[in-house]
Design a protein around this ligand. Structure first.
Ligand SMILES: [Ca+2]
Ligand SMILES: [Ca+2]
Ligand SMILES: [Ca+2]
Length: 470
């Protein structure tokens, strides 16, 4: 039940189940939330621009990384490989970009100088391409110093008025834009929980949501890891009884991914992890690839051969509990794949004037690499974000003063005696009703409804509660 006209409220249904719907008021991914805004003028004028983290992995193209957002997040989280970026000029590993974002690897050291995108030396007005911070990397393989890049740009953008804005990203390859200043809690990595192999491992989902063949991973999937017998999983597992209810570990090779995953499904597995069979020095390198094939109805990921070897060593002597994670946070826009320099235009509904957080993740695999971040005016004119020489540009800041007004969070627990304990973390007043109506719902203040927590006795077949912020 969602009270879409009552933006200040959270509605909670209480019946046979308790379902909190606090996040459902933000289901429209292209609408910014007013509760994330700080007032006009709150951008720190001493800190214009963008805070930038960059990672570059020094492996040549054929051995490189997949062109997917999950990879960029795992790379930025530091779990794939050593970061070869040139950190000269950084503070705590962060580059400061006080101007605009008009990046191009070719105008960095050693590049061809060829400019690309909407904004170049010859565009009107002239906006010369800029080097990518920290690129080229300083790894030993000079042919790979401008490939396998991932970057995170965090900024706070001031919107002078409420309304609809067009925000554009021109990129080679892809990107993800979110309305936050924090990285996601899940990156798509495989997590080993405890034991000798504890840690996070680079995983590439085979999910159909990223061009693969298996069930998308929509949330954490936790279970005990069991190595399939036979290891390549090309026939019904001889240890199906041990696999049932657990996560199957299967080697790549001999048969299709679909056959392996279908055999895992038939054995009752809750997910499958395919271990790559390519050695680090092979032509394809060691990194996991994006698995494709005929659809199979089970979540599946691939990990590298060296990482798989670690898990097998641990499995030989101990119980290994794993969690498959999902990088599926709500996003304002994305391009989750490979492309040459191209635009994606995102329509943003800004509910009230103010300064809003943004996090842009960009990634590049091989060949050319560029990124432009801009807005589009009604007449089609594109203006770089934070172009201080253009009065029509939106201003961006690396910091802002004050904190956004947070919406109150309401939680309800059913106690063993059947009563309900209602608590919240912000000034507010709890009201209840036995019946929701399209309009004219009769809400009643609860006794002591202004001080958290309260305990109430639930009566009737259903009862609805809301928190009215004050
Ligand atoms: Ca450009
Ligand atoms: Ca490149
Ligand atoms: Ca490229």
């Amino acid at each position: 039940m969602i009270l879409t006209t009552l933006n200040k409220y959270f509605a909670v249904f209480v019946g046979l189940w308790i379902v909190t719907l606090g996040s459902a008021l933000q289901v429209d991914a292209v609408t910014l939330s007013a509760d994330q805004a700080t007032p006009i003028g709150s951008g720190d004028t001493n800190k214009p621009g963008f805070s930038v983290r960059v990672s570059q992995i020094d492996v040549p193209g054929a051995k490189g990384l997949v062109g997917l957002i999950d990879r960029a997040e795992q790379q930025l989280a530091g779990i794939i490989a050593t970061n070869s970026v040139d950190f000269s000029g950084t503070t705590n590993g962060v580059f400061i970009s006080s101007g605009t974002i008009n990046w191009n690897q070719e105008v960095g050291p050693g590049g061809s100088g060829l400019e690309i995108g909407n904004f170049t030396t010859v565009s009107d007005p002239s906006r010369p391409d800029q080097p990518i911070p920290g690129i080229p990397g300083i790894g030993p393989d000079t042919f790979a110093n401008t490939d396998n890049i991932a970057a995170e740009l965090i900024t706070y953008v001031e919107f002078k008025t409420a309304g609809t804005y067009s925000m554009g990203i021109n990129s080679d390859e892809g990107f993800k834009l979110t309305a936050t200043d924090q990285p996601p809690t899940q990156t798509g990595a495989l997590i080993v929980n405890g034991g000798s192999a504890a840690g996070s491992y680079y995983a590439v989902s085979g999910g159909s949501d990223t061009g693969g063949f298996s069930t998308p991973i929509n949330g954490p999937i936790a279970g005990k890891l069991v190595y399939a017998q036979a290891a390549e999983g090309c026939a019904p597992f001889s240890n199906a009884a041990q696999i049932a209810g657990n996560v199957a570990l299967i080697d790549r090779g001999t048969c299709t991914y679909t056959e392996k995953v279908q055999n895992a499904l038939n054995a009752g597995a809750i997910a499958a992890i395919i271990v790559n069979n390519a050695d680090p020095d092979s032509a394809d390198g060691k990194y996991p690839i994006q698995m494709v094939g005929t659809p199979a109805n089970l979540p599946a990921i691939m990990i590298s051969k060296p990482d798989g070897a670690k898990l097998k060593t641990a499995l030989a002597t101990e119980t290994v509990n794993v969690t498959l994670t999902a990088e599926n946070e709500a996003r304002l826009g994305d391009f989750n794949g490979e492309r040459t320099s191209s635009d994606t235009i995102i329509t943003l509904d800004v509910p009230q004037a103010g300064v809003y957080p943004f996090r842009l993740v960009w990634f590049e695999d091989t060949g050319a690499a560029n990124l432009e971040w801009f807005t589009v005016q009604e007449d089609g004119t594109k203006i770089l974000l934070n172009d201080r020489d253009n009065p029509a540009a939106l201003k961006a800041f690396r910091a802002r003063n004050g904190s956004p007004i947070q919406r109150p969070r309401l939680s309800i627990l059913r106690n063993v005696n059947g009563s309900l304990t209602i608590s919240w973390d912000h000034t507010g007043k709890v009201q209840s009703t036995a019946q929701l109506k399209i309009s004219g719902t009769a809400w009643t203040d609860l006794p002591n409804g202004g001080t958290s927590p309260i305990t109430v006795t639930a009566t009737g077949s259903a009862q609805f509660y809301r928190l009215l912020s004050q």
